[in-house]
Design a binder for this molecule. Structure first.
Ligand SMILES: Cc1cc2nc3c(=O)[nH]c(=O)nc-3n(C[C@H](O)[C@H](O)[C@H](O)COP(=O)(O)OP(=O)(O)OC[C@H]3O[C@@H](n4cnc5c(N)ncnc54)[C@H](O)[C@@H]3O)c2cc1C
Length: 548
C-alpha cells in the first residue's frame, strides 16, 4: 500500500476564483452525461431551467450603504453582493434569480485583533450589527444579513490566514482563524504535519468557520471532528478579549472551548485557533466494498466501529445513492462492466457501496485493513476494490460541483443530516427518506432521495440524506417546495430523537427547532452566555438563537 500523502489534495487550490452564484471555483465544472440526464428525467421529470440573473444586474440591486466611512470598511456593491448569501438552497435561489433583497452595508477585512476591536467600536457608534464571515460556505443561512433598521457590517476574516506557530513537540499549530482549508494544509504539510480536517467544502471554508459551526471532515473517524482538534485560541468579544489556553485536558469546571464551538458568531470573533495536528501519515488508501443491501453494510460498519478497528473513513451509501452515484459518474462503460460483474456475483439492485479508508503507519494500516475487510466479508461484503477508492479520492471535493450542473438543467439539490444511536439509525434514515419522498405530492412533483452513513461512532452514526427535485419557474415556488421538504425531514428527525444537525450547524434554517433539542433550560443557558458576552445583541442576530 502506498499513498502520495504530502501532495496537495486539490490540484488548483491556491488559484481558486469563487463563483458568485454557485459552488466553488469558476474554472471547475462537473459535466452531466446524456445518460445521467435521462436517468434523472425518468425519476423526477424533465428539468425546465430558467435563465440566471447576470452579475451586473445583481450589483445594480444593491442599495446605498447606511454606514459612514471607515478605513477598514468597503461599501463597494460588488463586495457586498459577494457576501450577501451562503450556500443554502434559499441562498442559491436568491443569487440565481437576482432577488437577493437584503445586503450588508459594508464588508471589513480586519488583519489584527486591534482591527477587530476598532470595528467593534465603529459598530457601537453606528448601532451596526456585525456578521463574522469565514468562507461563506454555510448551508443553513449563517452569514445572511437580515432586514432591519440597523446597518449591517460583515467581518470577513480571510486576510487573517497565517500559521503563527507550530509546536512540533506537542503537535499544536496556532493559526489565524480566517485560513481556508487548502492554505492551512499548505502551511502544515511542508513541515510534516496535517490537521486532517476535510469537509467537502474544504476548498473554501475556514478554520474559524469550522469551529463556529462544529464541522466534521470526511475522515473524522481518524482525525476527529473539529471539537477534537480545537485546543484553544483567542476571541475578541464585545465584553473584552477571551484567551483559551491549549490544555490537553482540564477538570477546572465546564470547558469554555465547548461554548465557543458551535457559537456561530454569536459570542465573539475567533481570531486565532490552536489546533491539534498529526504527523503526515505514511500511508493512505481508500477502497470500495459492495454489500448485498444497506442493512448488511450498516451491520458491518457498526461492527468495525464497535471493535474499534483503526480505519480512517467509513462511508456507506444506500442502494439509491449507490445507483445514482454510478449513473451520474460519467463513466458509462465502467459502470456497465461493473453492473454485469456484480450481478453475476449476486449483488443485485439492493447493493450498496461502502468507501473504506485506511490512514497511518504501514503496519497499523495493514492490520486495520485486514481486520476491517474480514468484518466486511463476514457480512457478505465483496473483496475491497481499490479503483473505486481511487475514483472516490480523486473526486472527493468535486461532487459539490454537480449542484451547479444540475441547477443549470433545472434541478435543485439539498441535504439534511442528523445523528442517532445505532439502535435508531436504520428507522431514522427510513423515516427521513419517506417524509421527503412524499413531501411534494401536493405539487404533483416527485423527489429523488438517497442517503449515506458518513460519520460513525462507537454508539451511533450520522445519516446524511440528499434530495433532488425540479425547480419551479417561479423562484418563490422553488423555495416553497424546499421549505416543505426541509420541514418534513426535520420533523421526522425530531420524531426519531435525532439531532437537528450533526455537522452543518443551526444558522437561520434550524434555529426554530433548537429548543426541541436543547430544552427551555438549555436555551436559557445559551441565551445567558450570549447576553454576557454581547449584551447589546450586536453579533450575528437571529442566528442560532431564534428571535435574539
Ligand atoms: C459544498 C459544501 C460541502 C460541505 N461539506 C461539509 C462537510 O463535509 N462537513 C461540514 O461540517 N460542513 C460542510 N459544509 C458546511 C460548511 O462548509 C461548514 O459549516 C463550514 O464549517 C463553514 O465554514 P466557513 O468558513 O465557510 O464559515 P461561514 O459560512 O463563513 O460562517 C459560518 C458561521 O461561522 C461563523 N464564523 C465564521 N468564522 C468565524 C470566526 N472567525 N469567528 C467567529 N465566528 C465565525 C459565522 O458568523 C457563521 O455563523 C459544506 C458546505 C458546502 C457548501
Amino acid at each position: 500500500m502506498t499513498g502520495a500523502i504530502a501532495a496537495p489534495l486539490t490540484a488548483h487550490w491556491s488559484r481558486i476564483m469563487k463563483r458568485w452564484n454557485g459552488w466553488g471555483d469558476e474554472a471547475t465544472t462537473y459535466p452531466l452525461p446524456d445518460v445521467a440526464a435521462a436517468y434523472l428525467e425518468a425519476l423526477v421529470g424533465r428539468g425546465e431551467p430558467e435563465p440566471d440573473a447576470e452579475f451586473p444586474s445583481a450589483i445594480a440591486s444593491v442599495p446605498p450603504s447606511r454606514l459612514p466611512s471607515h478605513s477598514l470598511v468597503s461599501d463597494d456593491p460588488a463586495e457586498r453582493l459577494l457576501h450577501a448569501r451562503g450556500q443554502s438552497l434559499p441562498d442559491w435561489v436568491a443569487l440565481r434569480s437576482g432577488l437577493i433583497g437584503v445586503f450588508s452595508d459594508g464588508v471589513a477585512y480586519p488583519t489584527t485583533d486591534e482591527g477587530v476591536q476598532s470595528l467593534f467600536a465603529f459598530a457601537r457608534k453606528t448601532a451596526a450589527r456585525l456578521i463574522p464571515y469565514g468562507g461563506g460556505t454555510s448551508v443553513v443561512g449563517h452569514i445572511n444579513p437580515l432586514k432591519g433598521d440597523s446597518p449591517v457590517l460583515t467581518l470577513d476574516l480571510s486576510r487573517m490566514n497565517r500559521l503563527l506557530q507550530l509546536d512540533q513537540v506537542s503537535g499544536l499549530a496556532t493559526f489565524e482563524a480566517g485560513v481556508r482549508g487548502p492554505d492551512l494544509e499548505d502551511q502544515l504539510r511542508p513541515q510534516g504535519f496535517t490537521l486532517g480536517h476535510f469537509p467537502q467544502s474544504f476548498e473554501l471554508s475556514t478554520l474559524g468557520g469550522w469551529i463556529a459551526t462544529r464541522s466534521s471532515g470526511q475522515q473524522s473517524y481518524h482525525y476527529g471532528r473539529i471539537e477534537d482538534t480545537f485546543a484553544g485560541g483567542h476571541l475578541e468579544t464585545l465584553a473584552g478579549p477571551l484567551d483559551l489556553p491549549p490544555l490537553p485536558a482540564s477538570a477546572a469546571g465546564p470547558d469554555i472551548r465547548h461554548l465557543v464551538l458551535g457559537s456561530e458568531g454569536r459570542l465573539g470573533v475567533i481570531t486565532r485557533a490552536i489546533v491539534r495536528t498529526r504527523r503526515l501519515p505514511e500511508v493512505e488508501q481508500f477502497y470500495g466494498v459492495f454489500f448485498h443491501n444497506w442493512q448488511a453494510g450498516a451491520d458491518a460498519v457498526r461492527a468495525i466501529a464497535q471493535a474499534e478497528i483503526a480505519v480512517s473513513m467509513l462511508r456507506l451509501s444506500d442502494a439509491q445513492e449507490t445507483e445514482t452515484t454510478l449513473a451520474l459518474s460519467g463513466k458509462e462503460r465502467l459502470v456497465r462492466w461493473a453492473d454485469r460483474g456484480l450481478r453475476l456475483l449476486r449483488y443485485g439492485s439492493e447493493r450498496c457501496l461502502l468507501v473504506l479508508g485506511v490512514t497511518g503507519g504501514g503496519g497499523a494500516v495493514r492490520a486495520a485493513y485486514r481486520q476491517a475487510t474480514s468484518v466486511c466479508r463476514a457480512h457478505g461484503g465483496l473483496m475491497p476494490l481499490r479503483p473505486i477508492g481511487s475514483i472516490w479520492r480523486k473526486s472527493r471535493f468535486l461532487a459539490p460541483y454537480l449542484r451547479n450542473t444540475l441547477w443549470e438543467k433545472g434541478y435543485a439539490l439539498d441535504t439534511v443530516e442528523t445523528a442517532v444511536p445505532w439502535s435508531a439509525v436504520m428507522p431514522t434514515a427510513a423515516a427521513i427518506k419517506a417524509s421527503i419522498a412524499s413531501a411534494l405530492t401536493e405539487f404533483g412533483e416527485r423527489v429523488l432521495v438517497f442517503a449515506h452513513l458518513s460519520h460513525v461512532y462507537l454508539d451511533g452514526a450520522s445519516t446524511y440524506v440528499t434530495f433532488l427535485f425540479r425547480r419551479a419557474h417561479d423562484p418563490e415556488e422553488t423555495v416553497e417546495r424546499w421549505r416543505r421538504l426541509k420541514a418534513s425531514a426535520t420533523l421526522a428527525i425530531l420524531a426519531q430523537g435525532g439531532t437537528i444537525s450533526h455537522q452543518h450547524g443551526v444558522g437561520l434554517d434550524h434555529a426554530p427547532y433548537l429548543t426541541a433539542e436543547k430544552g427551555q433550560v438549555g436555551m436559557a443557558m445559551l441565551q445567558a452566555a450570549r447576553r454576557a458576552l454581547d449584551p447589546e445583541g450586536m453579533l450575528n442576530p437571529g442566528k442560532l438563537l431564534a428571535g435574539e
